[in-house]
Design a protein around this ligand. Structure first.
Ligand code: FAD
Length: 290
């Protein structure tokens, strides 16, 4: 986002630190009352001379255990429910009024997902990233890049789970014969292998398309990759646990961790339902006209 939308002086100020790790930025879009419906967010930014004053709250703000800055999305104009009028501000996490009341206790620990409260947080006008009022377009670019990245990582982790299960089933003897001889062991893994092949090819094709044209032109394909790969890896990790039996359930094997890690992606960066809604929106909705 910084590379694509930062002003020359913002790039000068932040880019090198972002690469060395001296600067780390969180992404604060979700709020206690709004997640999927980010256009309804309630955090507000009000202009005061050369500054903006921000009030509101953010939830599940990842990376805040170490972030030096947070990208805070706040409504600066327009009506609730409208995409236009939401602005993205680069807010230093040590700003007066920027508080982290607690971290959320989640399925995948340790947590870095913060609750954030903003009380009269003051930032200069130069803290706006991208255009004033067009913050959600920035967010859309960010989630598209994350959605395809997650899909690729899901396919890779799913393939690992399948490969490890095949290896184990070939080595393990149960009832005096190799485990793999049972079709009840083979068939679910063969089905996963088939799905993995299909999703991998859709990820390759969509990633290629993302390089050729504006990301919104393939927004439905990105969504398809994302939700199917996230589901696939959860199913593959679950199957790997089952194929390995008791040892698969332990933390001495990687599968429960893979499950915990990727289960999150069925909710974040736009949940599964929101991805499906996007696909349907292209098929039936206003976007279909394009
Ligand atoms: C571990 C973790 C890390 C996160 N990191 C960040 C972060 O760094 N920054 C950030 O801004 N946010 C972050 N989030 C928040 C995440 O993006 C939201 O949780 C997500 O967008 C869903 O919003 P919600 O939790 O408010 O659910 P809601 O929007 O309340 O939805 C509840 C359920 O209803 C479904 N649903 C909603 N609308 C529809 C519909 N129209 N049709 C059918 N079903 C629907 C949803 O899919 C979901 O299953 C994180 C969340 C988690 C769990």
């Amino acid at each position: 986002m910084m590379h694509r939308f930062g002003t020359p002086s913002q790039k000068e100020q932040f880019m090198e630190g972002m690469m060395t790790g001296a600067v780390r930025m969180g992404f604060g879009l979700t709020e206690p009352n709004h997640g999927s419906d980010a256009t309804w967010l309630e955090t507000a930014g009000v202009r005061d001379g050369d500054d903006w004053v921000i009030n509101g709250a953010k939830r599940f703000n990842s990376g805040l255990h170490a972030a030096t800055h947070d990208l805070i999305f706040a409504r600066t104009a327009g009506d609730p429910g409208k995409a236009d009028g939401v602005t993205c501000f680069i807010v230093p996490t040590d700003s007066p009024g920027f508080e982290i009341p607690f971290m959320w206790w989640t399925f995948n620990m340790p947590t870095d997902h913060a609750e954030v409260s903003l009380t009269d947080v003051r930032v200069p006008n130069e803290a706006i990233l991208g255009e004033e009022g067009r913050g959600l377009a920035l967010a859309q670019t960010f989630v598209h890049e994350n959605r395809i990245r997650q899909a690729a990582s899901g396919v890779g982790a799913a393939q690992f789970c399948i490969n490890e299960s095949v290896k184990y089933a070939r080595e393990r003897t149960v009832f005096g014969k190799p485990l793999w001889l049972n079709q009840a062991i083979q068939f679910p893994l063969a089905e996963l292998q088939t799905e993995c092949e299909m999703v991998r090819n859709l990820v390759y094709k969509t990633a290629w398309e993302l390089d050729q044209q504006h990301h919104m032109e393939v927004t439905d394909k990105v969504s398809m990759c994302n939700y199917r790969a996230n589901r696939l890896v959860c199913n593959a990790a679950d199957r790997a646990i089952q194929t390995h039996g008791g040892i698969g359930y332990t933390r001495h094997m990687p599968f429960e961790h893979i499950y915990r890690h990727h289960r999150r992606y069925r909710i974040t960066e736009g949940s599964e339902e929101i991805q499906i809604r996007r696909v349907a929106g292209i098929m039936f909705g206003k976007k279909a006209k394009r």
